[in-house]
Design a protein around this ligand. Structure first.
Ligand SMILES: Cc1ncc(COP(=O)(O)O)c(C=O)c1O
Length: 287
């Protein structure tokens, strides 16, 4: 993101429009927002629906109000935003470059979904998808967008190519489907928790499986399940300060979201105990 902004939109007046669900943590800061702030860019935010897909009406309003040069869309958890083609049309109409944040969507974009096929800029976070300590990737739709960008770790390309993308994608999808099936059979569905992503579309490969816990017990469930070794995450548990005032439903979601792991090292034989653990902690906390 930094490389793109610094080289393609170097003027600090070049404003960037971002979705309002952007996380922050004391260890990592904000991977999405920090480059925008570091480069002193003008910025604004648009609202999302409760399931984190784009609210097209709000997006259009914000684009119309602002002279934005870049529009960032995040395919949260690897789910291709269902309105991607309309988002792309809006970006074109208002003269903004479409930046697809595929930090969670590397496998969705390479395995047949539309994610990654509309943006002029596509950002990937390799260390989130592969067992790497670090690494990201940016691709551009046109050489006209290339200027001073530099490849810093080109050897990572060989590492990325050395994995079996089909096998990883199949494992992630199967884990997602199996966990969803088990969660959908729990009596607490709809009363104690909701599925944020109930249907996995054909081309999508999930990064995690997001759930909304309806009580105020998310942090406790997270803590207890991780003490048991289940590798849960909350993406995102804390939002950047800039969205705190204006985006109440996003703030609310950040207090309730919890994500199940579906990655390639999650073995099928732990899925029963993973979901049982969730159920038992849900119950405990509701008493
Ligand atoms: C949606 C999204 N985009 C970008 C990033 C930043 O990725 P990286 O850690 O590779 O800088 C993150 C990291 O949390 C993210 O969740």
């Amino acid at each position: 993101m930094h490389d793109f902004l610094a080289n393609v939109l170097p003027d600090s007046q070049d404003a960037v429009l971002l979705p309002a669900f952007i996380g922050w943590s004391p260890n990592e800061g904000s991977g999405v927002f920090d480059p925008v702030a570091q480069l002193g860019k003008q910025f604004g935010f648009y609202d999302l629906k409760p399931d984190l897909t784009v609210d097209l009406d709000d997006l259009e309003r914000r684009l119309a109000s602002g002279g934005y040069r870049a529009l960032v869309v995040i395919h949260y958890f690897g789910r291709t935003d269902p309105a991607l083609s309309s988002i792309s049309e809006l970006a074109q109409r208002f003269g903004a470059l479409l930046v697809e944040d595929l930090a969670h969507g590397f496998f969705s974009s390479v395995r047949g979904s539309q994610a990654g096929s509309y943006g002029q800029v596509r950002l990937y976070s390799l260390h989130k998808m592969f067992p790497f300590a670090e690494g990201g990737l940016v691709t551009y739709s046109s050489p006209a967008l290339l200027g001073g960008q530099k490849s810093t770790k080109s050897e990572l390309a060989v590492d990325v190519m050395s994995y079996n993308w089909d096998a990883i994608s199949a494992t992630r999808r199967a884990n997602f489907e199996e966990i969803t099936k088990r969660l959908a059979a729990l009596p607490g569905l709809g009363r104690q928790f909701q599925l944020l992503w109930p249907e996995l579309n054909a081309g999508d490969v999930p990064q995690t499986l997001p759930v909304r816990v309806l009580s105020n017990t998310r942090d406790e469930i997270y803590k207890k399940m991780n003490e048991e070794g289940f590798g849960m995450v909350s993406l995102y548990h804390t939002l950047i300060d800039h969205v705190r005032g204006d985006f109440g439903s996003m703030m609310d979601l950040s207090r309730h979201i919890i994500n199940f792991p579906v990655h390639q090292d999650v073995q099928p034989d732990v899925l029963d105990s993973l979901v049982s653990s969730f159920q038992s902690h849900l119950k405990e906390e509701m008493v």
